[in-house]
Design a protein around this ligand. Structure first.
Ligand SMILES: [Zn+2]
Length: 387
């Protein structure tokens, strides 16, 4: 029975371009382990080495609240498969998520910054779960192993884990080995929506999230910024998104979005906005950062936070006119209710550099009023003596 299902799914996968597909089913059952005679056993062993490295990685986000949020969505979307999956939240500002054949789930923080609701997060996890249940992830790792003359999956996967610093050419080479076929992508898209619906999520969120990613990559290419790793391993297109929309409209016409899922996501985002947005700004991809800030503003992230990080972005970019823009943004963040204390600290430094002693003094004093326990207190008091 199981094998028959698998055969059917594979046949459908091959024919899935624009034709309306039939129902899709997972190919493996929860609790799946490879049979002893299969080459999977060796691959799993290599993946275990990799997992030990991830577990120890300094890039892991250990915040319990943030982990619990993603874990809950993962379990809702994966149902009984949840017991086979181990979530690792990775501090990396780029968009990526993956599931290996043995159940290592990686979610990069850049994903949390790009989805606008719990449904959209569930869409990406559902898509990855489908790559896992259809054994696409296994095929991916087999291909990668065959393509490598030296090194191991372990080395290569670590490169991807920390890929943010890889030269573009090397990243492209790895991504091309690791990428899924078009048929696999379509199958993962459609089966992913089934997992979403079973988890109580709105499957229409899937097309929305891919729209966001496709649009971001198009703008990035127009601005000559490198496409992200996820786009390289998961070839996306407007056509794929259109197929997904049609499929959801035909199969799940009556499901609607849970507005509380949007609120919960925005709340989690706002709570952790500091390190998430700092990491994004540090990519020096200012076009993407600006688009993201605007999107978050519309979503309902506190205006004061948005203004503060506009200030941070302008200060770091430091192009023509950016200093004035940074001052303006920090002032807005400082005047918001509640104010961002840190904005006054930055204003103090900026005014000091500009030689405006009175404004610098006022800013530093306001900062200390708002943050009396600040670690920078001694330093600021030292400056204040000279102002
Ligand atoms: Zn994919």
């Amino acid at each position: 029975m199981k094998l028959a299902c698998l055969g059917m799914v594979l046949l459908l996968g091959a024919a899935l371009s624009r034709a309306a597909p039939q129902e899709l089913y997972p190919s493996i059952a929860p609790g799946y382990v490879p049979s002893a005679a299969s080459d999977e056993v060796g691959l799993w062993t290599e993946l275990e080495d990799y997992e030990r490295a991830i577990r120890r990685s300094a890039l892991r986000v250990r915040d319990p609240g943030l982990n619990a949020y993603v874990q809950k969505v993962l379990c809702r979307v994966s149902g009984e498969y949840c017991q086979d999956l181990r979530l690792y939240l990775i501090r990396n500002p780029h968009f990526n998520a993956s599931m290996t054949a043995n159940g290592i789930v990686q979610v990069w923080t850049g994903l949390l910054m790009r989805v606008s609701s719990e449904d959209e997060l569930a869409a990406v996890l559902g898509h990855e779960l489908a790559h896992y249940t259809q054994l696409h992830s296994l095929e991916q790792i087999r291909r990668a192993t065959a393509a490598m003359t030296t090194g191991s999956i372990f080395d290569m996967s670590l490169l991807i884990l920390t890929g943010v610093n890889l030269p573009a050419g090397q990243m492209t080479a790895i991504a091309s080995v690791m990428s899924f076929s078009r048929a696999d992508e379509s199958e993962a898209d459609l089966l992913g929506t089934r997992f979403m619906v079973e988890g109580g999520y709105d499957p229409r969120a899937a097309a929305r999230v891919w729209d966001t990613i496709v649009a971001e990559e198009k703008r990035a290419v127009a601005k000559r910024e490198e496409p992200g790793i996820f786009s390289k391993t998961h070839p996306s297109s407007d056509e794929r998104v259109e197929d997904l929309r049609e499929y959801v409209a035909a199969h799940y016409p009556d499901v609607s979005e849970d507005p509380e899922g949007r609120e919960r996501h925005v709340k989690v985002l706002s709570q952790h906005y500091g390190f998430l947005m700092e990491d994004q700004i540090d990519t020096n991809r200012y076009g993407r950062t600006e688009d993201m800030l605007e999107r978050h503003r519309k979503l309902g992230v506190d205006d004061s936070l948005i203004e503060f990080y506009y200030g941070e972005m302008y200060r770091q970019r430091d192009g023509e006119g950016d200093r004035e823009k940074a001052l303006k943004s920090y002032l807005l963040a400082g005047k918001a209710n509640p104010p961002v204390a840190e904005a006054y600290l930055q204003l103090g430094y900026m005014y000091m550099k500009l030689g405006d002693a009175a404004a610098a003094r006022a800013s530093f004093e306001t900062y200390l009023l708002l943050e009396p326990e600040s670690d920078e207190r001694a330093m600021i008091e030292f400056y204040l003596e000279d102002l």
